[in-house]
Structure formats: structure tokens, C-alpha cells
Ligand binder design. Structure first.
Ligand code: FAD
Length: 375
């Protein structure tokens, strides 16, 4: 009998996990990977979509191209998870597993932020980024607010990247003098674990006249007014929102969460249920919600499953370390490497913005496209 492994969510975590298992074990395993979507989109590609650098078709990596020995990818929507029984219900049926890995990412909750509408004035969903890309050409200058509605949120540097790219966009259209950009962020600095990165971002903001409001959260958007949690308001002609992030309803309903996220052993990704793991954005490991960290967690769980199936000791531990590329405007990219788990506190190293790092970022995407989708 083959061991049945069920992986929920074909994002960074699910794709990397099933690829690693397939590479090591091929047809000797029975992996089922489930996702409701028909394509994978890199998070950062939403910024390219928003600013018209890449059309929507160009950011989609069709799941039809994901073919791995021992893995079948099903397009189904997960509607219930019985973690105790390792049984999952979808819109098409019921799946049972020996090992269950939940990698459903972070969902968006706009119910607590009146005026923030999914697919309309936020750039964290593909639909939102695509819609805003059609709104931007009508922008003729004015107040732009890049507003975060809650923390933690995916990819902490993304709002700063959005502001710097917005500045480039306004400049290219001859609107820079008529445009004032404000970033509202609940974090105390743009990238708290790396003071050097935060300093460089704040320096770039100052050069461009971008205002950064730390420790502040957007609580509502009403016409041309943005409401903040400190009681004040901002004038706003264009709102580029980061909706409040949270674990998906189906994960909460399964009793897997505590404080909104799934508690796990940070090093093994094991949940409180035997044989059930959570990797990526929905797991509370103390590392940021970013694809590179989801990948590291997925590789760890995969390595331990491979060891178990080979009768070896399970020694893999989640590294909690990774590199994030940061769009700095003017075609330059910076990089920050942050290690969250190996020392007493997170430690970050900043690599200043350059055109050369764009090549690195492109390789980050193309290497994963080749590994997962064979192209
Ligand atoms: C604007 C932006 C920029 C970013 N930039 C970067 C960056 O530069 N570097 C980086 O590392 N990270 C970046 N990220 C973050 C990165 O995209 C996420 O952290 C990463 O995708 C998390 O991986 P995951 O596997 O946990 O979840 P995801 O990749 O989100 O995958 C979850 C999957 O689960 C599926 N799913 C959810 N619910 C259901 C359901 N009920 N039924 C079936 N399927 C379901 C979804 O369709 C999805 O495919 C960025 C994110 C954004 C929004």
C-alpha cells in the first residue's frame, strides 16, 4: 500500500512540497495536491500587473503544466477539514490521507475595513491588481495612499515597493509634481527585522517626497477619505490597499487556529493533530508571510516524510531563513536576507539596490517556473 499524502493548496508551499516528494520518491508515493484555482501567480507579480509591466495572462502559471510522477493535482474547492481523521471534503468529494499538509496560504478579510473592497481598491489579489491597473491610466495626479489594514500581512516590504513603483509610474506620466504618496503601515518601520533595509527604504522615500506613517492602520475608506486607527483621516484620490490578512474560514472552522493562525512547532511544522502539518502563510512560526519561507517549511516537511518512508530518522528542521527582493524604483532591486530561527533574535543583511539584482530576482522566478512547471 502506498502512503497517501494529501496537500491542500498549490501555492509556494504546496508546489515545492509535492515537487520535492516526487523528485525523491516518484511513483512509489500517492500524493494528491488540491487547489481551487487554475493557475499559480507569484505574489510579487501582482505589482507588475498593477503597474502595467505584465498583462494578466503573463503572470499566470497554468496548473495544467504541473506534471510530476506520483502527484495528481485536482482542481477542487476545499469546504471542510477534519484534522483528527485526516479527512477533507471538497466541492467534488471526500479525500482521506495518512499524512495531511495544509498550505492554504492567507486569505483576506475586508469585513472589518469598510470601503476596502476585494478586487476593487486593493492590490493583494490578482483581481484587485488587474482592476487597479485599469484605474491608473485615468489618474491625473493628487493624493495616493498605500494603506495597510492590519498586521501581520504577506510580504512586509510590498507596501513600500508599491509606493516606490507608484512614484516611478507618476514620474513616467509627468505627474510626479502633482502626486503626493503616503504609506500607512501598522509596523514600526518598513522592514523591522532589518534596520539597514528600513533605513534605505526611508531614504528612498525622503528623496521622492513619500510620507511614511508607521504604527498606523487603515480602518476605513469613504470616498476620498481614508480613516486611520489613530482617529485622524487622510485625503485620498487613489487608494492602493493591503487588506487585512487571516487564515481561511475553512481552516478556522476546522479548529486549527489560535489567534487567527495555525499554531505549529516552528521547526517541524507539526500541528496539534497527529500526521497533520501546516506550512506557509497560515502557520504561526514567527517567520514572515513570504513565499521563500513557505518553501523552506515545505522542504522541511517533505524531507522528514521522505526519511520516515525510508525508515530513517526525521532530522530536517525549518531553516526560517530566506531572501526577499525589493523593488526600489528606477529599475533597481535591493535584497534582504533574514534568518528568523537560528539565533536568539531575527537577523537581517541588506544588499543595496542595483540593476544587477534584477537579474537575481528574474532568476528567482524563472528557476521556480522551470522546477514546478517545466518551462
Ligand atoms: C503584492 C505581494 C508581493 C509579494 N512579494 C513577495 C516576494 O517578493 N517574495 C516572497 O517570497 N513572497 C512574496 N509575497 C508573498 C507570497 O506570495 C506568499 O507569502 C506565498 O504565496 C505564501 O505561500 P503559501 O504556500 O503559504 O500560500 P499561497 O501561495 O497563497 O497558496 C495558497 C493556495 O491555496 C489555495 N486555496 C486557498 N483556499 C482554498 C480552498 N478553500 N480550496 C482550494 N484551494 C484553496 C489558493 O488558490 C492558493 O493557490 C508577496 C505577496 C504579495 C501579495
Amino acid at each position: 500500500m502506498k502512503t497517501k499524502i494529501l496537500i491542500l493548496g498549490a501555492g509556494f508551499g504546496g508546489l515545492e512540497m509535492s515537487t520535492t516528494l516526487s523528485e525523491a520518491l516518484g511513483d512509489s508515493i500517492d500524493v494528491t495536491l488540491i487547489d481551487r484555482s487554475d493557475a499559480f501567480v507569484f505574489g510579487y507579480a501582482k505589482l507588475d500587473l498593477l503597474f502595467g509591466r505584465t498583462p494578466e495572462a503573463g503572470v499566470r502559471n497554468a496548473y495544467a503544466d504541473f506534471t510530476k510522477p506520483g502527484v495528481r493535482l485536482l482542481r477542487e474547492t476545499i469546504t471542510a477539514i477534519d484534522a483528527e481523521a485526516r479527512r477533507v471534503t471538497t466541492d467534488k468529494g471526500v479525500h482521506e490521507a495518512d499524512i495531511l499538509v495544509i498550505a492554504l496560504g492567507a486569505d483576506y478579510d475586508v469585513s472589518s475595513t469598510p470601503g476596502v473592497v476585494l478586487g476593487v481598491n486593493e492590490f493583494y489579489s490578482v483581481a484587485g491588481a488587474a482592476h487597479l491597473s485599469t484605474v491608473l491610466p485615468a489618474f491625473t495626479g493628487g493624493d495616493v495612499v498605500v494603506g495597510v489594514c492590519g498586521a501581520p500581512y504577506k510580504c512586509p516590504p510590498a507596501p513600500a515597493e508599491c509606493a516606490l513603483m507608484m512614484h516611478d509610474y507618476a514620474k513616467a506620466r509627468g505627474l510626479a509634481d502633482k502626486t503626493r504618496i503616503t504609506v500607512v503601515n501598522p509596523l514600526p518601520s518598513p522592514v523591522p527585522p532589518s534596520p539597514d533595509t528600513s533605513k534605505a527604504i526611508l531614504g528612498a522615500f525622503e528623496e521622492r517626497g513619500i510620507t511614511f506613517m508607521p504604527n498606523t492602520r487603515v480602518t476605513g475608506v469613504d470616498g476620498k477619505t481614508v480613516q486611520l486607527d489613530n482617529g485622524s483621516t487622510l485625503n485620498c484620490d487613489l487608494f492602493l490597499g493591503v487588506p487585512k490578512n487571516r487564515a481561511a474560514d475553512v481552516v478556522v472552522a476546522a479548529g486549527l487556529t489560535d489567534g487567527g493562525w495555525v499554531p505549529v512547532d516552528a521547526f517541524t511544522l507539526q500541528t496539534k493533530f497527529s500526521g497533520v502539518y501546516a506550512v506557509g502563510d497560515l502557520a504561526n512560526t514567527g517567520v514572515p508571510k513570504a513565499g521563500v519561507y513557505a518553501e523552506g517549511a515545505a522542504r522541511t516537511v517533505a524531507a522528514n516524510i521522505i526519511s520516515r518512508l525510508r525508515g530513517q530518522e526525521e532530522t530536517a528542521r525549518n531553516p526560517g531563513a530566506g531572501s526577499c527582493y525589493i523593488e526600489f524604483g528606477a529599475n533597481r532591486i535591493a535584497r534582504v536576507d533574514v534568518d528568523f530561527l537560528s539565533g536568539p533574535k531575527p537577523f537581517g543583511t541588506f544588499h543595496g539596490a542595483s540593476e544587477a539584482l534584477r537579474v537575481d530576482k528574474e532568476h528567482f522566478g524563472s528557476s521556480r517556473r522551470a522546477r514546478w512547471f517545466g518551462r
